[in-house]
Design a binder for this molecule. Sequence first.
Ligand code: URA
Length: 440
Amino acid sequence: MLSAYEIIAKKRDGLELSEEEIKWFIQGLLAGKVADYQMSALLMAIYLNGFSSKETASLTDVMLYSGKTLNFNAQHVVDKHSTGGIGDKTSFILAPLAAACGVRVPMIAGRGLGHTGGTVDKVEAIPGFKTSLSLEEFQRTLEKEGLVLIGQTGEIAPADKIIYGLRDVTATIESIPLITASIMSKKLAEGAQGIVMDIKVGNGAFMRNKAQARKLATSIRNTGLRFNRNMMTVISDMNQPLGNAVGNSLEIIESIETLKGKGPKDLTDLSLHLAGGMVHLSGLAKTHSAGIRKAREALKSGKALKVFKEMIKRQGGDEKVIDDYGILPLANNHHVVAASRNGYIKKMEATQIGLHVVQLGGGRQKASDKIDFGVGLTFHKKIGDRVKEGEPILTIHHNENQKELVLKMADDLLERDISFSTTKPQKLPSLIYETQTSWY
Ligand code: URA
């Protein structure tokens, strides 16, 4: 007879758990036979002593089958997931890019988490856009139209919801095997045949250094392979916001501008890289470079913009947003933060920047908070740029009653969150550090 006590003790002592023990424990948690405090103790033992790739696969498997799993009646189904960053809006660009190239893109996206924004919150800035389709509708739309975007549902990997909640309050989030099982159980249940995983690294990401990011990438690829999925991992920079806009409506505008070919270079390049990866994994391009070329053509021809517009309309959103950003909720007040000296921007604290947007109301401080879609920050300068005294560095988009908060924020940004140097910084962060593909 298995017991929670003995399983916890085994992991506490650094021994490998069997598939049977892991399944018994998680199924016991779901059935109310294993207590939250026992799960928490096991999570801490995993955090401290690690989990082998076999244990990680067993955990992923039991979490994956804790809810519904989808199986599409279609080919070329590839999804993308990002571990989360500031101003990361690539989903709105790469999904239509890949779909315009023939990839079927089933996106089940998340809401904001801590200092990072969420795809679902952002797209809900578009008036009328529905992110709560049933799984049956989700599957039908994907098979017929090739692109659909919904929010996470309790029907997919419900074990993750319980375990994530415990990790969040027991300081066990930053564990590579636990992150792997959490992300992959949801992604595998969503039925894509290939998955492109954008792993963010830097001061605005879960993974603070490249060694950690590389370990997570390997763990995610290996887990995907065990479940017969084609995998691509991309390690990309998160030491400053991606693109220039941070905040829900502002990010929708920047995404549409990018689909019109007028987006910031970093956002455009990363979106093409990831979309090209999706085209390649789907089998519609022989190489990643050929996939990128196809994605670029879909951008240039305007086809991807059309695909995005059609998706908005299909999901109940007001597609006029493509030509009229005025229909989005926007803040009426703007505060320009200007450089107080001549120099170069050396460093940005991306996590702090994300937290400022949360404070303005662009994210939730507690689960019941209502999002203010219009607030946020737009950056006019990024790391490595030269600034002259008095020149705008960023604009804070805020509401009437936030003037005091905004003055303090401007101070913090200039004095604490953005560092300056008198000479041009020698080493700028690269946009993309590594890309690896594994075929099952
Ligand atoms: N995103 C997830 O879904 N799970 C994690 O553990 C971390 C990021």
